[in-house]
Design a protein around this ligand. Structure first.
Ligand code: PBG
Length: 322
C-alpha cells in the first residue's frame, strides 16, 4: 500500500499548529469604517439594505466615531447627504457644507481618529452624476476644478486624508496640486485608482441618496471586463501623486487586488462595497449562511489577495470579534 511522505493534514491537526502556519491575519488595524452624515439632530436612520449602518446627524456621527475609536478602528471615511442638491453640486465645496461641519465636530470631539473624506460630486448634484453635465455628457476638466475646491475645503476643515472617487482623468494630480498650493502638502491622498462600474454599489446609492438620474456611470467608471487597464489606471494615479491606491469593489475583483499588489510597491486599499455587505447580511438573515463566518472569511480573502487595508461596513462588527 502507498502512503504519501508529505501529509498536509499534519499542519492542520489542531488549533495551535494551525495558528503557527497561518499565512494571513486580520486585525482591527486593517479597517476603515464608512459613515454617512446627514442634516438634523438626533438622527440615526438605519439604511434598510445595510443593517447596522445609518444616516447620522453630526451629533450621532460623533458618538459613532467615538465607539469605533474605542474599538480600535484607526480611520473613518465620510459620505455626505446635503440639505439640497443642484446642477453643480455646490454643497460639496461649501465651507459650511455637511462634510465640512462634520469634520470640525469630529476634530473637536474625537481625538486620534483619522478622518478621511470621499471627494466626489454625485451626492451633491441634482442629476446624481460625479461631474459637471453638459448636453448629457460629463465634462472632465470642468469637473476637476470643482473636485479640487471640494478637496481643499475638506482639508481646510481639518480632514486628514482625501479620497477622490469620481474617476475623472487627471484628478489625482489636479487635486494634489491644489492641496499643495493651498498649503496642505501634508494631507494624504488615497485614490480610488481602480473603480469599476459595478452593480454592487446599489445599497450605497440608497444610503447616500445618489443614484444617477439619467444614464449610468460607464463613461467614467471602469468596465468590469478589464484587468490590464487597471494597471494603467493605478500607474497614472501613482505618477500623479497618490499615496495609497484603492481597488473597488473588492470580492469580485480579488484578481485585480492581487495584480496591483504584485506590480506596485504602494499601500493598497480595497473597498468591500455596500452590495458585498448586503448579500452576506441578507443570506444570514434567511439562515442560509453563517453571517459572522462569511464576514470574517470575506475580509480575510481581501487581505490574502494583497490589500493592506479594507474599507468595510463590517468594521464595527469585525472589530468587536477581533
Ligand atoms: C461616490 C461613491 C460611490 C461609492 C463610494 N463612493 C458610489 C458610486 O460610485 O456609485 C460606493 C460605495 C459602496 O457601494 O459601498 N462616487
Amino acid at each position: 500500500m502507498y502512503f504519501p511522505i508529505y501529509r498536509p493534514r499534519r499542519l492542520r491537526a489542531d488549533v495551535n499548529i494551525r495558528r503557527m502556519v497561518r499565512e494571513t491575519s486580520l486585525s482591527v488595524d486593517d479597517f476603515i469604517a464608512p459613515l454617512f452624515v446627514c442634516p438634523g439632530e438626533g438622527v440615526r436612520h438605519e439604511i434598510s439594505s445595510m443593517p447596522g449602518n445609518y444616516q447620522l446627524s453630526i451629533d450621532e456621527l460623533v458618538l459613532e466615531a467615538q465607539e469605533l475609536k474605542s474599538l480600535g478602528v484607526p480611520a473613518i471615511i465620510l459620505f455626505g447627504i446635503p440639505e439640497t442638491k443642484d446642477e453643480l453640486g455646490t454643497g460639496a465645496y461649501d465651507d459650511h457644507g455637511i462634510i465640512q461641519e462634520a469634520i470640525r465636530a469630529l476634530k473637536a470631539e474625537v481625538k486620534d481618529l483619522l478622518v478621511i473624506t470621499d471627494v466626489c460630486l454625485c451626492e451633491y448634484t441634482s442629476h446624481g452624476h460625479c461631474g459637471v453635465v453638459e448636453n448629457g455628457l460629463i465634462n472632465n476638466d470642468k469637473t476637476l476644478e470643482l473636485l479640487a475646491k471640494e478637496a481643499v475645503s475638506h482639508a481646510a476643515a481639518g480632514a486628514d486624508m482625501v479620497a477622490p472617487s469620481d474617476m475623472m482623468d487627471g484628478r489625482v494630480g489636479f487635486i494634489r496640486n491644489a492641496l499643495d498650493a493651498a498649503g496642505f502638502d501634508q494631507i494624504t491622498l488615497m485614490a480610488y485608482a481602480v473603480k469599476y462600474a459595478s452593480a454592487f454599489y446599489g445599497p450605497f446609492r440608497e444610503a447616500a441618496e445618489s443614484p444617477p438620474q439619467f444614464g449610468d456611470r460607464k463613461s467614467y467608471q471602469m468596465d468590469p471586463a478589464n484587468a490590464r487597464e487597471a494597471l494603467r489606471e493605478a500607474a497614472l494615479d501613482i505618477e500623479e501623486g497618490a499615496d495609497i491606491i484603492m481597488v473597488k469593489p473588492a470580492l469580485p475583483y480579488l484578481d485585480i487586488i492581487h495584480s496591483l499588489r504584485a506590480e506596485f510597491d504602494y499601500p493598497l486599499a480595497a473597498y468591500n462595497v455596500s452590495g458585498e455587505f448586503a448579500m452576506i447580511k441578507a443570506a444570514a438573515a434567511k439562515g442560509w449562511i453563517d453571517g459572522e463566518q462569511a464576514m470574517l472569511e470575506s475580509l480575510l480573502s481581501i487581505k490574502r489577495a494583497g490589500a493592506d487595508m479594507i474599507l468595510t461596513y463590517f468594521a464595527k462588527e469585525a472589530a468587536r470579534i477581533l
